[in-house]
Design a protein around this ligand. Structure first.
Ligand code: 5GP
Length: 203
């Protein structure tokens, strides 16, 4: 498997989705891992583009059938990454972008650490994050409070990531994440050393 996984986590409102859009348009062979979720469709989102939207029962059946590489409950909804497409993308040599939470990152690391480069995206302050969530106009006051509370919990896991991006200046943050994605393929940890060296010796 020659591809790599670029795991992106961070509080809601930190700008992960916009950064991912930039990555997909500028990093060759990049592809977004579309998660499955039980949360409702937000305005502007599309089935099979942002997520696969399923019922709680369908998701729980998926857990039973062990179709997920990882899954987690975030803000009272289920979210999961299907294993099969990830393996296919890795075989195809893709830079697979996963937008998953800190719990998902931890589980993915248990099985796929060799392939993972991880980035934590946040803002420089709680105030900026709160303002972004308010400006986004997608969530009620209560939901915004919940998201801000989980932001604090997520920030406590920042050290588990390879890189941190402070997304106050979008242009700067885009440059940084594109650089990280561009070198992710050069990780040595994913190499099958024996194969690499014997090919190197033969050529
Ligand atoms: P949102 O509802 O704002 O799209 O996502 C809420 C949170 O769920 C975000 O932190 C996002 O990274 C996380 N998330 C989205 N998909 C997955 C997934 O497949 N697995 C896990 N563990 N978290 C996910």
């Amino acid at each position: 498997m020659n591809g790599v996984l670029l795991v992106i986590s961070g509080p809601s409102g930190a700008g992960k989705s916009s950064l991912i859009k930039e990555l997909l348009s500028s990093v060759p062979d990049s592809i977004f891992s579309i998660s499955t979720t039980t949360r409702g469709v937000r305005a502007g989102e599309k089935e099979g583009v942002n997520y696969y939207y399923v019922s709680k029962e369908e998701f729980e059946e998926g857990i039973k059938q062990e179709i997920f590489l990882e899954w987690a409950k975030v803000h009272e909804n289920y979210y999961g990454t299907s294993l099969r497409p990830i393996v296919e993308f890795l075989k195809e040599g893709k830079v697979v972008i996963l937008d998953i939470d800190v719990q998902g990152h931890k589980i993915a690391m248990e099985k796929f650490h060799k392939f993972i480069t991880s980035v934590f995206v946040t803002t420089s302050s709680h105030t900026i994050l709160k303002q972004r969530l308010i400006d986004r106009k997608t969530d009620s006051k209560e939901i915004i409070e919940k998201r801000l509370n989980s932001a604090v919990l997520e920030m406590a896991h920042m050290n588990d990531y390879d890189y941190i991006i402070i997304n106050d200046d979008f242009k700067e943050a885009t440059k940084e994440i594109v650089s990280i994605a561009s070198v992710a393929k050069n990780r040595t940890k994913k190499l099958d050393l024996e194969k690499f060296i014997s090919k190197w010796l033969e050529s």
